[in-house]
Design a protein. Structure first.
Lengths: 752, 321
C-alpha cells in the first residue's frame, strides 16, 4: 500500500514538473504539453477587474449596455502572452491553466469561501496574494449582493433557496453560476468572414433604425454595444500581433523568428477578417472558443463539426503544398493543449458535485452530410489520431456514428478508445436527429429546425446535448433531479435522511407524501414515487424560470449573440431569445439506476413476496440497514436494471418516460419547452453523499448509479444483456441527450 | 407424450471471444468422462447438480447456518467464515438466494433445447452481423449429445454460427450426430502417448485419435473446420516429444487443421475449493504467450506440421472469410 502511495506521489510530482506530460507527435507539441501540465489551476482577476471598473463607471446606463461595455473592457485588457514553441496565438488568462472567472455570478459564495479556495478538497485554485487582496477588499464587496444567485434569493423563501442549493434532490446550483455555456457558435460563418462582418452588420442596422419604431429604443444601444465589443476584439488581435513582433525582435533562431513574424501577420488577418489558410482557420477556431469561455461562465463551448467546416481550408492548403497531414495534426494537437488550459471555476458546492476542473469543450467528427451521405474526410482521422498522441483531457472528441461510417474510421476511433483515456464518445446520428426534431418543442411537437439545418449543422454539444451550429442557445445542464433522493422521500414521507451531506437532513426535502402504510399496493407505491419526482421537477422549474428572467435582463452575452444566425437582425441578445431555436434551461435526472432498482426491490420484497412491509423498508433505510441485514440481503437479491430482466426494466421504462414527458410539458421563460436529459457525469458521487440508504441495498452516502447506467455491480449478466436493457428506453423523449457509461474489461476486448 | 429431453448446464458465458469467431455465447454442459489433473472447470466434472461456495467473499453472517436443515454450514471461529460439509448437501439451493454476499450458486440447472435457444436468440442483435454465435463447451458436451444436437440444429435454422469444444472421447456416432450441425469443432489433444494420456486424464487416447482423424475427414468434406487445441501443462504434457508427436499426427489429418496452443492458466484453482475438492496441479504459475516453452512449442509445431497454421491463445485463431 505504502509502495503504491509512493508511486502515486512520484507520478504526481512528475506530472507537476511537466516532465511526464510531455506527450505529442512532435517536439513542439511535447514542450507545450509539458508547459500546460507544469501549471496548477489558478485564478485570474482580469475579467473581474474589468467588470468592476465598468459597472462602477456606468451606474444608470441600460443594463445590457453596461454588460456589453464590461465585456469589451475584458477584451481590451486580456493578456497578450506569447510563449515559445507556439503556433497558435492567444491565451484567456495571464497564467496557463487560469480561470478568468465571472465575478458577477460567483461573488456571493466567494465572500465567505475565498479563504478556503487555495486548499479546498475539490478543485483548489492558486491565487497571488495581491489578487487575493484586491478581490477581498475591493471586488467582492461590490458584487456580493448583485450576483444572479443573490438576486434570485429575493424571489424565493430562504427555505426554497436552501433546498435548491444544498438539499440534494431538486437542484439548480449548477445553473445559477454558469450563464453562457453549451454553445456551438456559427463556426462556418465566423471563420469565413471574421468579426468584421458582425461589426459592419451592426453599423448598417444601427443606421437603418427608425427612431419612431418603439422597438428601436432597445436596439439602438444593443447595436452600439455590439460595435464596441467588435472594436475591442480588433484591439485584442492588434495587441497580440504586436506581442508576436516584439518576441520576434529578440528571437535568435531565424526559423522561429520567421514563425513569429508570420504569426504577427496572421493576427492582423484573423479573427477580425476571413481566414485565408488552414492555420488561420485553426487560429480563429481557437480564439473564438476561448472568447466564449471567458465571456460565459459555464462549460461546453463546442467545436461541433470541426472536420466539416475546416476541410475546405485543409484541402486547399494540402493541394497547394502549404501543409502536410503531419503539420495539420500538429496544429490540432496544439489546439487540444490550449483548450485543456481552460479550467472550470466553480463554487465549492459545485466542485463537490462536478469536481475536476473539466470544462467540456467538445469536437465532433464523422456524421452525414446534408444529402445523407457519409461526411468523413482526412481531418476526421487526424482529429482522432491527434488525441492518441497528445492525450489531453480536452476536448471531448466524438465520433458521429451511422450505418455508412467507414470501418477504417470506426477502427481509428476504437483504437483511441482502447487507449483508455475516455475518448472518443460515440453518437448514433439517427437518434441525434430525432432528438433535434423535438428540440425545445413540447412533447411530440416539432422543433423549429429544418431537416437541412439538422443534417448539415447538427451535432452533440459537450457532454451529450444535441445542438445545431449557430442556431441554438440555452443552458443545457441546468436543473438536476436526484431521483434516488425522490424514492427515499417516497418511502419516508418526503424526508431526507439524517446524517448525510448537504442541508435539511431529517427534514422534509420535497413534500410530505404520506406514511408508508398508506401504500397497500405496488401501483399506489409507484404512483407516489412518480409524484415525488414530479414535485421535484416542478420545484426546479419554478426556480429556473426566475433565474432565466434575471439572466435575460442583466446577464447578457454579446459574443454569443454575434455568433448566432439572425440574432443581430432581430436585435435580441442570446439570453433574451436571439437564437433561431431557444432551448433550456433543461432538467436532468441523476441516480436513475438506483431509483429503478429501489422500486424493483420494493415491488419484489414487499408487494410480490410479502417478506417485509414498506414500513420495515422505511425503518431499514432510516437506520442505514443497521439491524436490518437480512432485509437488505433480500432487497439486494431482487431483480436489477441492466440485466435484460423485464421485472426491473419495465419499471425503468415507466420512470424514464414519466420523467421525459413531465419535463417536456413545462414552458420556459423564453417560450420554448423544457428538454429532459440524463448526462451528469460524476454528480452521482456528490448526490450520493447527500442521499440516505436506498431500498436497493445501497448504503447512505455511497455514490448513486451514474448517468443512465445500471447501478454499480448490478449488471451481472454481461455487457450484451446490459445493452439490451438500455435498448428498451425511448431516447427521443430526452431531447437534451443521454449518456451511458459501460465498462468492459480488457480481456473482453477483441482484435479485429 | 415422451418427456422432453433436458440438458444439464452449469454455466453460461456471454460476450466471450476466444472460442470461435466474434462475440460468442457459451453454454457449459455438465459432466465429463475425463479427469484431467489440471482441469480448469471442475464444476463440469460430475453430472449431478452441486452447491458451490466462494468462501473468500463470506463475511460470517451465519444466515446459511440458520437456514440449512441438513447442517451443511458452520462458521469457523478462527476466521469467521463459513465451513462446508459438502457430503451432507443435497443441493436444494435454499441458501443461495439468501446469502447477502452472493457467495453461493447451484452448479447444474436443467434446460430444454428451446429454453437454451431463447438465450442464444437474445444475443442475435449483436452477433448476426459479424458471424458471432454459439459455442457449446463443458464438461464434455458429447455426454449429452442428443440435446446438444437438438439445440445446434435449431440454431442452424437461424443461420447462427455454431462451435463445440470437445475431448472427442465418445462413440463416433455421437460425435458425428453433434458435429453435423457445427461450423467449427475445437478438439483437445492432451497427450500423444496413450499410457501417459491415461495417467494424466484417466483414459487412454486411441479412441480420441481415431475420432479426430475421422472428424477431420468428415468436416473438411463439408467445408467446415476443426481446430486442434494443445493445452500446455508444465510437468504433464510439456515434453518436446509430445509436441512433436502431436504435430506429426496433425500434419497427417485432412483439411490442414490449425493447431492452437493454450498456455496453462491457474484460474480454476479456486473453483475446486468452492465445491470441496482439491486440484492436483497446484502452485504452477500462469503462463504467458511469450514464455519460452510456449514459443518453443509453437516452433516445433510449425516445424513438424509445416502445412498447418499454428497459433497461441484462443484469440489468435484465424477465421477466413
Amino acid at each position: 500500500m505504502s509502495d503504491a502511495k509512493c508511486a502515486g506521489a512520484k507520478l504526481g510530482n512528475e506530472l507537476r514538473s511537466g516532465y511526464a506530460a510531455k506527450m505529442g507527435s512532435t517536439k513542439r507539441v511535447q514542450e507545450l504539453n509539458g508547459m500546460l501540465h507544469s501549471n496548477r489551476p489558478n485564478v485570474d482577476i482580469t475579467r473581474a477587474r474589468a467588470f468592476t471598473k465598468v459597472y462602477r463607471e456606468t451606474e444608470g446606463l441600460p443594463a445590457l449596455l453596461r454588460r456589453y461595455k464590461a465585456i469589451a473592457e475584458v477584451y481590451r485588457t486580456l493578456s497578450d502572452n506569447v510563449y515559445d514553441y507556439e503556433q497558435l496565438v492567444g491565451w484567456p488568462t495571464k497564467r496557463i491553466r487560469g480561470a478568468n472567472f465571472a465575478v458577477e455570478l460567483h461573488a456571493h459564495w466567494m465572500k465567505d469561501d475565498l479563504k478556503n479556495l487555495r486548499d479546498r478538497t475539490y478543485d483548489p485554485f492558486e491565487i497571488s496574494d495581491e489578487d487575493y487582496k484586491e478581490l477581498e477588499e475591493d471586488i467582492l464587496p461590490y458584487w456580493q449582493d448583485k450576483t444572479a444567485a443573490a438576486q434570485w434569493a429575493h424571489y424565493v423563501t430562504p427555505e426554497e433557496w436552501d433546498r435548491a442549493q444544498f438539499g440534494g434532490v431538486s437542484d439548480v446550483s449548477n445553473y445559477i453560476c454558469a450563464n453562457g455555456s453549451h454553445f456551438i457558435p456559427a463556426w462556418t460563418d465566423v471563420i469565413k468572414h471574421g468579426f468584421q462582418k458582425y461589426y459592419n452588420e451592426a453599423k448598417v442596422l444601427l443606421d437603418e433604425l427608425d427612431p419612431n419604431d418603439p422597438t428601436s429604443v432597445d436596439k439602438r444601444y444593443f447595436y452600439q454595444g455590439i460595435i464596441e465589443v467588435c472594436e475591442a476584439i480588433k484591439n485584442w488581435a492588434d495587441r497580440l500581433s504586436a506581442a508576436c513582433l516584439r518576441k520576434a525582435e529578440t528571437e535568435k533562431d531565424p526559423v522561429r523568428k520567421k514563425e513569429l513574424e508570420d504569426m504577427a501577420a496572421m493576427m492582423r488577418r484573423v479573427p477580425w477578417g476571413p481566414a485565408t489558410s488552414f492555420h488561420d482557420a485553426v487560429e480563429t477556431s481557437w480564439v473564438v472558443c476561448f472568447f466564449l469561455f471567458v465571456e460565459g461562465a459555464g462549460p461546453s463551448i463546442t467545436w461541433g463539426r470541426w472536420d466539416q467546416y475546416m476541410y475546405p481550408y485543409y484541402k486547399r492548403d494540402i493541394e497547394a503544398g502549404i501543409i502536410t497531414p503531419e503539420s495539420a495534426m500538429e496544429l490540432i494537437e496544439e489546439m487540444y493543449i490550449k483548450v485543456t488550459s481552460n479550467v472550470w471555476f466553480q463554487s465549492t458546492q459545485m466542485a463537490y458535485i462536478f469536481g475536476g476542473y473539466y470544462r467540456y469543450p467538445h469536437l465532433d467528427v464523422g456524421g452525414l452530410d446534408e444529402n445523407g451521405r457519409d461526411a468523413s474526410n482526412e481531418l476526421s482521422y487526424l482529429c482522432l489520431r491527434a488525441m492518441r498522441y497528445v492525450k489531453t483531457t480536452s476536448p471531448a472528441v466524438c465520433l458521429m456514428l451511422h450505418q455508412k461510417t467507414p470501418d477504417s474510421l470506426l477502427r481509428e476511433a476504437c483504437e483511441l478508445s482502447v487507449d483508455g483515456h475516455g475518448h472518443p464518445s460515440f453518437f448514433d446520428v439517427e437518434t441525434l436527429y430525432k432528438m433535434l426534431e423535438n428540440r425545445g418543442a413540447c412533447a411530440n411537437m416539432h422543433s423549429n429546425y429544418t431537416s437541412y439545418d439538422i443534417k448539415k449543422y447538427g451535432s452533440p454539444i459537450g457532454c451529450v446535448e444535441p445542438g445545431v451550429e449557430g442556431m441554438q442557445y440555452g443552458h443545457t445542464d441546468s436543473g438536476i433531479i436526484n431521483v434516488a433522493g425522490c424514492i427515499y422521500a417516497a418511502v419516508c414521507d418526503g424526508k431526507k435522511a439524517k446524517g448525510v451531506d448537504g442541508t435539511r437532513c431529517g427534514q422534509v426535502v420535497t413534500y410530505a407524501s404520506g406514511a408508508p402504510e398508506l401504500f397497500d399496493t405496488y401501483e399506489k407505491f409507484e404512483k407516489v414515487c412518480l409524484d415525488q419526482i414530479e414535485y421535484a421537477i416542478k420545484e426546479c422549474h419554478s426556480n429556473l424560470i426566475i433565474v432565466e428572467k434575471l439572466l435575460a435582463e442583466q446577464f447578457n452575452l454579446p459574443t454569443f449573440t454575434m455568433l448566432l444566425d439572425g440574432a443581430l437582425e432581430k436585435g435580441l441578445d442570446a439570453t433574451n431569445g436571439g437564437a433561431k431555436v431557444n432551448i433550456g434551461p433543461t432538467i436532468q435526472m441523476s441516480g436513475f439506476g438506483t431509483a429503478v432498482d429501489s422500486m424493483a426491490a420494493i415491488k419484489k420484497v414487499v408487494y410480490t413476496d410479502h417478506e417485509a412491509t414498506l414500513r420495515d423498508v422505511a425503518n431499514a433505510i432510516e437506520a442505514n440497514f443497521v439491524g436490518y441485514e437480512e432485509l437488505r440481503a433480500k432487497l439486494i437479491a431482487a431483480p436489477k436494471y441492466g440485466n435484460d430482466d423485464d421485472f426491473a426494466d419495465d419499471i425503468a421504462c415507466r420512470v424514464w418516460s414519466f420523467f421525459g414527458d413531465t419535463v417536456n410539458h413545462l414552458k420556459m421563460y423564453r417560450g420554448n419547452y423544457c428538454d429532459a436529459a440524463i448526462q451528469m457525469v460524476q454528480s452521482n458521487v456528490g448526490y450520493g453523499a447527500m442521499t440516505g440508504a436506498t431500498p436497493n441495498g445501497r448504503l447512505a452516502g455511497q455514490p448513486t448509479s451514474d448517468t443512465m447506467s445500471a447501478s454499480q455491480q448490478a449488471d451481472t449478466n454481461g455487457p450484451l444483456a446490459a445493452a439490451r436493457s438500455y435498448g428498451k428506453l425511448d431516447y427521443t423523449k430526452y431531447s437534451n441527450g443521454t449518456l451511458l457509461n459501460m465498462w468492459i474489461s480488457q480481456s473482453e476486448m477483441m482484435e479485429v | 407424450m415422451a418427456e422432453k429431453k433436458e440438458a444439464i448446464v452449469f454455466d453460461f458465458g456471454h460476450f466471450r471471444n476466444t472460442d470461435g469467431y466474434g462475440i460468442r455465447t457459451m453454454i457449459f454442459f455438465k459432466g465429463c468422462p475425463l479427469r484431467c489433473k489440471w482441469c480448469s472447470n471442475p464444476f463440469g466434472l460430475s453430472v449431478a447438480p452441486q452447491l458451490a461456495v466462494n468462501r473468500e467473499r463470506c463475511v460470517g453472517c451465519g444466515m446459511c447456518v440458520k437456514l440449512c436443515s441438513k447442517g451443511v454450514n458452520r462458521i469457523n471461529p478462527e476466521d469467521h467464515k463459513v465451513e462446508m460439509d459438502f457430503d451432507k448437501c443435497k443441493a436444494c439451493g435454499l441458501c443461495v438466494q439468501l446469502c447477502p454476499q452472493k457467495c453461493r450458486q447451484i452448479s447444474g440447472t436443467k434446460y430444454t433445447a428451446e429454453q437454451l435457444y431463447k438465450k442464444v436468440q437474445r444475443e442475435l442483435t449483436f452477433t448476426r452481423r459479424d458471424r458471432g454465435g454459439l459455442t457449446l463447451s463443458g464438461g464434455e458436451v458429447l455426454m449429452q449429445h442428443e440435446i446438444a444436437a437438438e439445440l445446434l440444429k435449431i440454431c442452424k435454422r437461424d443461420y447462427i454460427d455454431t462451435c463445440i469444444e470437445t475431448s472427442a472421447y465418445a462413440r463416433w456416432e455421437h460425435l458425428v450426430e453433434v458435429a453435423q450441425y457445427c461450423d467449427t469443432v475445437f478438439v483437445d489433444m492432451k497427450h500423444i502417448d496413450s499410457d501417459r494420456h491415461k495417467e494424466i486424464t484417466g483414459i487412454p487416447n486411441e479412441l480420441i485419435l481415431e475420432n479426430i482423424r475421422k472428424l477431420c475427414e468428415y468436416m473438411s468434406e463439408r467445408g467446415k473446420r476443426v481446430i486442434i487445441r494443445r493445452p500446455f501443462i508444465p510437468g504433464y504434457n510439456d515434453e518436446e516429444s509430445c509436441t512433436i508427436g502431436i504435430a506429426k499426427f496433425v500434419a497427417t489429418l485432412s483439411g490442414r487443421p490449425e493447431i492452437n496452443i493454450l498456455p496453462y492458466h491457474n484460474l480454476g484453482e479456486l473453483k475446486y475449493k468452492m465445491i470441496g475438492s482439491e486440484c492436483e496441479v497446484q502452485g504452477l504459475n500462469m503462463m504467458k504467450k511469450k514464455d519460452e516453452p510456449i514459443v518453443r512449442c509453437a516452433e516445433l509445431c510449425r516445424q513438424y506440421a509445416p502445412e498447418n497454421r499454428v497459433s497461441v491463445g484462443g484469440e489468435a485463431i484465424e477465421y477466413p472469410d
